[in-house]
Design a protein around this ligand. Sequence first.
Ligand SMILES: Cc1cc2nc3c(=O)[nH]c(=O)nc-3n(C[C@H](O)[C@H](O)[C@H](O)COP(=O)(O)OP(=O)(O)OC[C@H]3O[C@@H](n4cnc5c(N)ncnc54)[C@H](O)[C@@H]3O)c2cc1C
Length: 473
Amino acid sequence: MTVLHWFRDDLRLMDNPALYHASQQGPCLYLYILDEAEHPGGAAKIWIYHALADLDAQLQGHLLFFRGKPEDILPRLMGELDADLLTMTRRYHASGVRTDAHITDALASQNKKTAIISGNLLWEPEEISKPDGTPYKVFTPFYRRGCLNAAPPRQPLGTPVLNHARKQAKGAVSLDALGLLSGRAWENTIAQKWDISAKGAKDRLDAFTNTRDRTGLNDYAEGRNFPAKSNVSRLSPYLRFGQISAHQAWYQAAENRDRQDKQLDIFRSELGWREFSYSLLHFNPALKTTPLQPRFAHFGWIENARHLEAWQRGQTGYPIIDAGMRELYQTGYMHNRVRMIVGSFLVKNLLLHWHHGEAWFWDCLFDADPANNSASWQWIAGCGADAAPYFRVFNPVTQGQKFDADGHYTRHYVPEVKDMPGKYLFNPWEAPADLRAAAGLRLGQNYPEPIVDVKASRQRALDSFAQMPKASQ
Ligand SMILES: Cc1cc2nc3c(=O)[nH]c(=O)nc-3n(C[C@H](O)[C@H](O)[C@H](O)COP(=O)(O)OP(=O)(O)OC[C@H]3O[C@@H](n4cnc5c(N)ncnc54)[C@H](O)[C@@H]3O)c2cc1C
């Protein structure tokens, strides 16, 4: 039997159950389709380009590339290639689920089979439910009562022995012809910060788990809060596009560690947040657009294009916000603590709709993820399941002082303030003018004045939230 494996968010050979299944059935063909209807963001396209180049090399050049609608391409291609079975890894976002169901039906009418196999989540959404059978809406019971009491995640699989079928396919294009790269200099600059390959994913996981000092997993529970420290894994883009599986991370983190180890427990619970986001997406297909708490549909967001652009460009006049937004644009990544601070600033201090934040992150993040991004923005805005309460407004000055106390992170990304003393690093407008002058900082000239007053804008947010219909309405 000839099998066609359709790679999507599972761009790996190792621990890929659907590919493994394919390998056991007979000679395999491999395919990637760039489907613009899925709206991949600018950064994601760069990541996908390099990940595909690496995957194709691992498959000795046997990966076929197509551009267009999978519903149009696959039924024709399966016939042309004389393939009997299409394998794919299960996905969870509504448009993907719809497409996969459509293709399954179309192939069934041609007497061809499809196998949609779970591979990217530790627990499938249907496996984790409350005793009454409904899905959890709060993270801690979801993870502690649900996931940790369910069967443990499967052990990772090895790399399958693949027997490549050699066939030509009409309409296949080169990787470059997919048009993932547009030639902008930014594409090279941000890609250079990462090793976008299977080896890069493995090296990163090894570097995170095999440390002897207080970097990586050894001090994850505490160090993960500080953007200048190297305690977080930075695995998110690799997990997003499936270059490494959550199972590999889950089990490798536990090697040589006690099962009760606090660092391990907290790291695994962060992987649990990913599971929770996917559960939310599965049970709420409109997660990207529709607030989980319906009363937020009546919230009085305001529109202000100038403020939105200042936020996007890292020109708000609040150094910790600007550092985060510039980290995002320069590296395709932002540290989680800073994602929360910039998110709160957008939706609370600027009162801009969380959709704006979700869209900008979707375009700029290498890890832009249909579940994690939407769920996290709903969390930040206070309208999600188990969300940060609306009255919790992060103060960008005190957050900077607390989580970047020596200023390494902020000085790196906002060189305009790098010579400011620590006391005024996060609130330079409060510094005496001569001190600013000595540090080369000219507010309103080489760095902006704060675009809003933090106290007044906090009060405005609280007033707006107070006007919303109550939860029961
Ligand atoms: C506004 C906002 C938007 C976000 N958008 C995304 C996104 O598009 N894609 C994305 O992967 N994460 C997103 N996150 C979650 C989180 O910030 C990142 O997963 C994390 O910073 C990735 O860095 P890391 O791999 O070093 O994390 P680690 O701390 O090393 O965690 C390991 C893995 O656990 C998962 N994880 C960790 N924290 C979370 C979380 N809060 N929610 C869900 N999964 C988590 C990720 O897969 C991560 O790679 C967002 C958070 C916020 C506040």
